[in-house]
Design a protein around this ligand. Structure first.
Ligand SMILES: Cc1cc2nc3c(=O)[nH]c(=O)nc-3n(C[C@H](O)[C@H](O)[C@H](O)COP(=O)(O)O)c2cc1C
Length: 250
């Protein structure tokens, strides 16, 4: 069974590819799920600030699904560049919450979606296309590794950690989660035509339309689907998204 979360479609695409290659089923963790009987679970999700998206962490911690203690869990995360030590964070969460055995960990580089800070934007069309071209082979490789790996003693760690990995995950991630996760700066600009797409698309149903304007509640995981999905490019985050691009997995 594949359990996935995706803001802008990269991780959803990886989950669907893995499902087809491994003849497995992919389920979105924000939707209703039944109890699990599978002995192997593959978690697919994006990396947020070199760590786990809050929605994934909460899903693991709330133990909405019951797993057999011998269930083997694998992780396939997607990132724009590098993941720091997010795989160690994921392994710790799996073990600490008694979900079973934390197994292989892989990362897949995909187009970047983070636009909420100065200096951060979506990739140029050339880089985006290079990443999209390389991704299918990488996912095929990951699927082969997961399906051929038998030993429960040794697990594969095949991730792009990047430089300063410890600092990114252990210092920047907690800071980011504390100070950079507020949905308050989200607003609609004058270009908003009240189509309601942002509200309909929000995976956490955190956006409501009031007087033909979207309003953001407090339950936001910063996936940016609202920002990237707006057909008018009318979702803004304070001034940080001025002149920034949009991206959705094609
Ligand atoms: C809030 C946020 C933080 C991010 N942080 C990182 C990061 O630390 N490292 C990285 O390489 N990519 C980072 N990204 C980029 C995403 O991990 C990447 O684009 C991912 O494939 C998006 O997956 P999705 O389309 O399934 O949501 C971040 C994106 C967002 C929205």
């Amino acid at each position: 069974m594949i359990l996935y979360f995706s803001g802008t479609g990269n991780s959803r695409w990886v989950a669907m590819q893995l499902a087809s290659l491994l003849e497995d089923k992919a389920h979105d963790i924000t939707e209703t799920l039944k109890d699990v009987t599978d002995s192997k679970i593959i978690w697919v999700f994006p990396i947020y600030s070199w760590g786990l998206p809050p929605v994934v962490k909460q899903f693991i911690r709330n133990q909405r699904l019951k797993f057999h203690p011998e269930t083997v869990h694998h992780m396939v995360c997607t990132c724009g560049d590098d993941i720091g030590l997010a795989h160690e964070q994921w392994r710790k969460e799996i073990r600490k919450n008694h979900l079973g055995v934390a197994g292989d960990a892989f990362s897949v580089i995909m187009p970047n979606t983070y636009t909420l800070m100065k200096g951060f934007d979506v990739d140029t069309p050339e880089i985006k296309n290079q990443k999209l071209l390389a991704a299918p082979d990488r996912v095929k490789y990951v699927a082969r590794q997961i399906s051929s790996h038998q030993s429960h003693q040794e697990f594969i760690i095949d991730v792009t950690k990047g430089s300063w990995a410890w600092v990114k995950t252990h210092v920047i991630y907690p800071y980011f989660m504390r100070f950079c996760m507020s949905p308050k700066p989200f607003h609609a600009t004058h270009d908003c035509v009240a189509c309601g797409r942002c509200a309909k698309e929000c995976p956490l149903q955190n956006i409501v339309m009031i007087d033909r304007q979207p309003k953001w509640g407090g339950n936001c995981t910063m996936c940016l689907r609202c920002y990237h999905t707006c057909p008018q490019h009318a979702v803004a985050y304070g001034k940080a998204t001025r002149c920034k691009g949009q991206y959705l997995h094609p």
